[in-house]
Ligand binder design. Sequence first.
Ligand code: IPM
Ligand code: MN
Length: 357
Amino acid sequence: MKLNIAVLDGDGIGPEICRGAVTVLERVGEKFGHEFEFKHYPIGGCAIDECGDPLPEKTVEGCLKSDSVLLGAVGGYKWDDLPGDMRPEKGLLRIRRAMGLYSNIRPAKLWKGLANASPLKHELVKDGIEIIIVRELTGGIYFGERGRGSDENGDYAWDTERYSVKEIERITRIACELAVKRSKKLVSVDKANVLESSRLWRKTVHEYCAKNYPQIEVKDVLVDNMAMQIVKDPAQFDVVVTSNMFGDILSDEAAQITGSIGMLASSSLGDTKRGLYEPIHGSAPDIAGQDKANPVATILAAAMMLRDSFDLTAEYAAIEIAVQKTIDEGLRTADIMEEGKQLVGCSRMSELIAQKI
Ligand code: IPM
Ligand code: MN
């Protein structure tokens, strides 16, 4: 295949982790006979510096012309005091919307050999964890109406959570497609004891599943209880579907209990095969440019792209196996370093993974 990949390096460790993923993709290309063309476009803080906009028009155009998009990370101290619309994060929110990427899949998995990294007691994680959070990505409070005003009590601000049946149904479909291939169990997270939008969410999820996926068992969990259950008994969960904001929060929690957020990737997709693939972690400005970052999450994001955008399942598996082999051999970046293991930097780790393909 000849594939045109847009690379949005972003800020902080973004460029180095993307370089690592490109190294691995090039090796996959050699091995499996694909030709990758990488075109880099600015996003986030570096785009603000270069073009005065966290998402310049040329970036949107480049992404929409590409076959798929790989993203590093955005943000950093330097841009922390800018107003809401000019923050680096806004670039990320806008590209999700511009590409119509309403579904964000965030698998939180405990890697074999890294169970010690989990902050949870061994007995809770000994059988492994793999929670796949399916987060709605272009609706809800992130994109609802917001504003500021003032009255006799002084200044106030407001944001709105709003979901349509159509938005809920399309994200439910994505979650069901995953669940049918796995445990056939789906957990839907909401706050239906308080929020009207959650009551519509719950009703829609049930009606949609009953009509289209009767083989799936759907269970509702309130978001506060979910936050508790994830640390109490994470092995009970498989596929979880939820709103934009609940998904943002719970996916960080689920990632954290694996202890290795530097190893977790995510995919964002809409109605086409063109997606945006990125690590779950952020731009880590404190270690940027020092070759200390863990490139694995971005390498796995690239692997997810091969599988989910291009149906290259053997290539996906080859990368995943290569990553597992480096762990088995005791190679570790600083974030997952343990006594008796061998510390390697970002570029070396990427090369070693590439060599194993
Ligand atoms: C994420 C991030 C973003 C989000 C921020 C950077 C806008 O936290 O991808 O989870 O809240 O969606
Ligand atoms: Mn987040």
